[in-house]
Design a protein around this ligand. Structure first.
Ligand SMILES: Nc1ncnc2c1ncn2[C@@H]1O[C@H](COP(=O)(O)OP(=O)(O)OP(=O)(O)O)[C@@H](O)[C@H]1O
Length: 295
């Protein structure tokens, strides 16, 4: 689809609520003139002035990055409507509509996915990361709810709320941003794992490793079932835990792929380029993305 410019909220008609996130609500909308369907993400700035400023800064940052991105492995943004910013109001992102929902939705209903499907998910995410990293963008929040599926079963990376352009200066609380369950050891405990020297790209690979393993195991894989996923438990599991919930039925290729992603030392971890050539990824059929019975 060519990139239409959407400048007015009044051009859009709300059709349904697609979901809620930490920052706001996502609606299915239709452009009144073209009848094209989009997802409209509304980020609210909240009552608390300090918090609102932070969310506003994050949303503005998300908008700036989104406008630069044009890849078939990354959810497109067709407009950022920020006219309400002066009033400290909401911010609107007009996004490509991904009718298949998120990978999290798929895992909720199917629990486990076959390796062929996981392999295709991994490949799409790696292609998306190759594109983003090539633009010096670290995503920093790769997780199942940020991997969206369109009507053709294609998986794309979404949500740049906490990503950053590498050249940007890091904020003081930088290592706390994002979803800690999928965070790499060097982000969770930079002192122990030399995180201050990492450019962040390897952190996205770690997160992909957790997602891939979760798709096979059918639950968050770094802590035993039934254990509460509080901060301390997660930090221990991510930074020190030796045992991975590797399923017995996993193929040697899957096993090796996950181990390359979940290497605790970011300097030794697999790179996006290396993993795109990994047998677990190359064995999935070429050309098409994720199109099988799973989605
Ligand atoms: N472009 C889109 N097309 C279709 N559905 C979408 C789209 N973007 C988001 N959604 C749906 O809306 C839900 C909320 O998305 P949102 O990005 O606000 O939060 P999240 O990623 O789920 O959580 P968090 O705020 O913690 O990152 C998603 O889980 C997904 O189901």
């Amino acid at each position: 689809m060519n990139s239409p410019v959407i400048e007015n909220l009044s051009d859009l008609e709300k059709l349904a609520v697609l979901g809620h996130g930490n920052g706001g609500t996502v609606y299915k909308v239709r452009h009144k003139l073209t009848m094209e369907v989009y997802a409209l993400k509304i980020t609210r700035f909240g009552e608390d002035a300090g918090c609102a400023a932070k969310v506003q800064q994050q949303a503005t940052h998300e908008g700036e990055i989104l406008k630069l991105v044009d890849s078939r492995f990354v959810v497109r943004c067709y407009g950022v409507l920020d006219s309400a910013l002066d009033d400290g109001g909401d911010m609107y992102f007009v996004m490509e509509y991904m009718g298949g929902g998120s990978l999290q939705d798929v895992l909720r209903t199917r629990r486990r996915l076959p390796e062929t499907t996981i392999s295709r998910v991994a490949r799409s995410v790696l292609e998306g990361l190759r594109y983003l990293h090539g633009m010096q963008i670290v995503h920093r929040d790769i997780k199942p709810s940020n991997l969206l599926i369109n009507g053709r079963g294609e998986v794309k990376i979404a949500d740049f709320g906490v990503s950053r352009v590498v050249a940007d200066t890091m904020e003081e609380c930088d290592s706390c941003v994002g979803t800690c369950a999928y965070m790499s050891p060097e982000r969770v405990d930079p002192e122990r794992w030399d995180g201050d020297y990492s450019d962040g790209f390897a952190g996205d690979v770690w997160s992909l490793g957790v997602v891939v393993l979760e798709c096979h195991v059918g639950r968050f894989p770094l802590i035993p079932p039934g254990q509460k996923a509080d901060w301390a438990t997660l930090v221990f599991a991510i930074c020190l835990g030796e045992k991975m919930a590797m399923p017995e039925s996993a193929s040697p290729e899957f096993h090796d792929f996950v181990c390359r992603c979940l290497e605790k030392d970011w300097r030794k971890r697999g790179t996006v380029e290396e993993l795109l050539h990994h047998p677990f990824v190359t064995r999935c059929s070429s050309g098409r993305l994720v199109v099988d019975n799973a989605f």
